[in-house]
Each structure stands twice: as C-alpha cells, then as structure tokens.
Design a protein around this ligand. Structure first.
Ligand code: CP
Length: 306
C-alpha cells in the first residue's frame, strides 16, 4: 500500500508497489480510467528549485485530470528566498495542501522536506535520483515489449541521478542492466552496492563498463541522457570532450538487437549524446516515454492520496 507514503527514492518501493503503480497506470490509460477522480478537493504543491518542462507540466496536468488542484511554487518566489527555513515551509504547506512534489538541487533538501512535512513528499528529481522518471521508463518498456523481466537494458553516458534510479529499479525488477560511462563519471559505489544486493534477490545481471560498444551488445533497450546535467554547467567543455565517444548513433545501434528501442529522459541535446537520425528514427520510443510520465505519476498520486 502506497497510501500516505513518501517516495524519495526507488529504494522506498517494493516490487509489489511498482507492480501496483503499473497496474493502475494501465487502467488510467483506458477510457474508464479517464473518469477516475481520487484527488477531488485535494491540493498538491509543486516545489521546484530547478527548471522543468516534463515534470512540472505532467504533474500539473495529472493533478487536474485526477480532480485536484496543483500549485506551482518556485523557491525564488517563496519566503524561503528571504530566510524562512525549509522546515517551517514544510510545516506550513502541510496545513494547506495534501502532498508536496519537490525538485531540489540537493537530495538532502527533499529528505528535510519529508522530515518536517506531515504530508507525503514525492521526489521530482534531486542530484541523486529521479524515481518518477525511472517508473515512467520501465512502464514504457512493459508497454512496448510486453514484459521487462530478463531483458537487457543498456545505459550510455553519465552515472547521474537518472542512471542511479534506473540501476536501482532494473536490479529490483530482474532487468539486466549494463552501463558504459567515461572514466570518472561512473555510478557511485554506494548505489552500485545497493543494486548488486537487489540483483542477487531478483536474478538480474548488472554490468559496469567504460566502453559503449561492450555495454550495448545484444541490448533490448539503449538509454541515454545529457552529458551536462543541471548543476554541471561549469564543466561543459570538459564533459563534451570526455563524452565524445558516448554518442548514441546508428553505428552503435547496429551492435544491439535489431528490435532495440531507444530511450532518453529528455531534454536532449541533439548531436551531442544522441543523433537526430536515432532520436527521430524507427527505434525511438522517446516521445511515448515522455507521455508516460503523465500516466505513471497519476497512478502514483492516486495510490498515495486516493
Ligand atoms: N525528464 C525530465 O525530468 O524532464 P524535465 O527536466 O523537463 O522535467
């Protein structure tokens, strides 16, 4: 049961929780599901410290479609910008709204919000994780391939927040995960260790490479993300150099299964981590993946607040 729970990390979810989210998402995508209004009379605050297109819009629209009200709160326009504490902000929001969806620079911030809020808090991206993205992504794989257990998921690029959540969710669900990152940009050991523990339980194989060609061999899914994440802008020139052999292009796709699907959490920097040809080509499921953020997040909100 997800009722009244925080989702700060994929680690907060059991396999059963994830399957329940996906089952409800299937229903919400039906005509009957569109009439589901569990958030009638409820409000959700969206507290954002970073820019967003998909997460902000999909949460705002999702809350509306479920019958509730979303209130977008940019940290620069809250009293927090003038010295009110995050703890007091969390206490006050808890008296007005039913849930906080938070995108924060630091993972500690979303955890502090959850500590002082009396209402559920959902992580909408921190420097450490992006659990809603990973849930939408695996749902999309299930939708496209029919199932996900035992498939090979290859991630090419930075061992960032998205990669962390994807490693955790795949290893939990029995999806074989293979990542190639440049030296110095690998997933951190503590996340790897947790994933290796999950993989032992689920039977998933996890592989860590520095060579994209090895990582994508016979892959069912190739996934990539930007070379320069939000907050890493000062390193842009160096990153563009370090990642130049980590571009997802048609040559790399040829090493995967002929049926390989290509995914990207977006926004993409076309011509850097992914070519136009691949992004707009027949293997790409990138825009269906973006749409599923809406449906999966509606399921999450319904289960937490319904
Ligand atoms: N993928 C993702 O979270 O997109 P936004 O940064 O636009 O929300």
């Amino acid at each position: 049961m997800l009722y009244n729970r925080d989702i700060l990390s994929i680690n907060d979810l059991t396999v059963e929780d994830i399957e329940n989210i996906f089952r409800l998402t299937d229903f919400l995508k039906t005509e009957e599901g569109k009439a589901h209004k569990p958030l009638l009379g409820k409000s959700v605050a969206l507290y954002f410290e970073k820019p967003s297109t998909r997460t902000r819009v999909s949460f705002e629209v999702g809350v509306f479609q479920l019958g509730g009200q979303a209130i977008y709160l940019d940290n620069k326009s809250l009293q927090i910008s003038r010295g009110e504490t995050l703890a007091d902000t969390a206490r006050v929001l808890s008296r007005y709204v039913n849930c906080i969806v938070a995108r924060t620079l630091k993972d500690e911030t979303v955890r502090e919000l959850a500590k002082y809020a009396d209402i559920p808090v959902i992580n909408a991206l921190t420097n450490r994780e992006h659990p809603c993205q990973a849930l939408g992504d695996i749902y999309t794989i299930k939708e496209k391939l029919g199932s996900y257990r035992g498939i090979k998921f290859s991630y090419i690029g930075d061992g960032n927040n998205v990669a962390n959540s994807l490693l955790l969710i795949t290893s939990k669900l029995g999806i074989n995960f293979s990542i190639a990152s440049p030296v110095g940009y690998e997933i951190k050991d503590d996340v790897k260790d947790t994933a290796i523990k999950y993989a032992k339980e689920s039977g998933a194989v996890v592989e860590f490479h520095n060579n994209p060609e090895l990582a994508v061999k016979d892959a069912d899914i190739i996934y990539t993300d930007v070379w320069v994440s939000m907050g890493d802008e000062a390193e842009e020139e160096k990153r563009n150099r370090d990642f130049q052999n980590f571009r997802v292009d048609s040559r790399l796709l040829k090493l995967a299964k002929p049926t390989v699907k290509v995914m990207h959490c977006l926004p993409a920097i076309r011509g850097k981590e992914i070519t136009d040809e691949v992004m707009d080509g027949p293997n790409s499921i990138i825009f269906d993946q973006a749409e599923n953020r809406l449906h999966v997040q509606k399921a999450i909100l319904s289960l937490i607040l319904g």
